[in-house]
Design a protein around this ligand. Structure first.
Ligand SMILES: NC(=O)c1ccc[n+]([C@@H]2O[C@H](COP(=O)([O-])OP(=O)(O)OC[C@H]3O[C@@H](n4cnc5c(N)ncnc54)[C@H](OP(=O)(O)O)[C@@H]3O)[C@@H](O)[C@H]2O)c1
Length: 154
C-alpha cells in the first residue's frame, strides 16, 4: 500500500529553497515520526539532499533518474515497482505528483499561515474523502491534521 504524508501552508506551499519553509514544528514532526517509524519511506532526490542524514528507524529510499546517485544510509531506486507493501511517500512536490495516482490514503498537515515558498503541492481533491481531522493550537504555528482516504480514480 502506498500512502503519502506531507505538510503545507494554507496555499499549498511545501518547500522553499530546497528546505522546509517553516521553523521546526514539534507536534507535526512527532506525528510524522510516529506514523512512519518502522516503515519504508520514499523521497525525491532533492528532499534527500535536504536531509543531513537518513531518518532513523526507517528504510530510506531515494527516487532519482541518476544511476550514479549514492548516499550512506539511503537506497537508490529509479522506479516504484517491486517494493514492500508498507510504503510512505514523504515528498517533495515532484514525487508527490508522480505517485498520487497510487496512494490509497494520505495525511496532510495544514499550517494556519501564509508562508513564503517556491514549491507547491495540492492534491486533486475529487478522489478523496476526509476520514479524520485533528486540530493543534500552539507554537510555532496552529495546525490542522487531515487524513484522507481514496474514493475514486482518474
Ligand atoms: N512540506 C513537506 O511535507 C515536504 C516534504 C518533503 C520535501 N519538502 C520540500 O520540497 C522541496 C523539494 O521538492 P521538489 O519537488 O523540488 O523535489 P523532490 O520531489 O524532493 O525531488 C525531485 C527529484 O526526484 C527525482 N524524481 C522525481 N520523480 C521521479 C520519477 N518519476 N522517476 C525518477 N526520479 C524521480 C528526480 O531526481 P533526479 O534529479 O536526481 O533525477 C527529481 O529531480 C524542498 O523544499 C523540501 O524541503 C516538503
Amino acid at each position: 500500500m502506498f500512502r503519502a504524508i506531507f505538510a503545507q501552508d494554507q496555499f499549498g506551499v511545501i518547500g522553499n529553497n530546497g528546505k522546509l519553509p517553516w521553523p521546526p514544528h514539534r507536534d507535526d514532526l512527532g506525528r510524522f515520526r510516529y506514523r512512519t517509524m518502522g516503515s519504508t519511506i520514499i523521497m525525491g532526490r532533492k528532499t534527500a539532499d535536504s536531509l543531513a542524514r537518513p531518518l532513523d528507524g526507517r528504510r530510506n529510499l531515494v527516487l532519482t533518474r541518476n544511476h550514479h546517485y549514492q548516499r550512506d544510509g539511503f537506497e537508490t531506486i529509479h522506479h516504484l515497482g517491486g517494493l514492500d507493501s508498507d510504503i510512505w511517500i514523504i515528498g517533495g512536490a515532484e514525487i508527490l505528483r508522480a505517485t498520487e495516482l497510487f496512494w490509497s490514503e494520505f495525511h496532510m498537515t495544514i499550517f494556519e499561515a501564509r508562508i513564503e515558498g517556491d514549491t507547491y503541492f495540492l492534491p486533486d481533491m475529487k478522489f478523496w474523502k476526509l476520514a479524520h481531522t485533528e486540530i493543534f493550537t500552539g507554537e510555532p504555528i496552529n495546525a490542522t491534521y487531515l487524513h484522507y482516504k481514496r474514493v475514486g480514480y482518474k
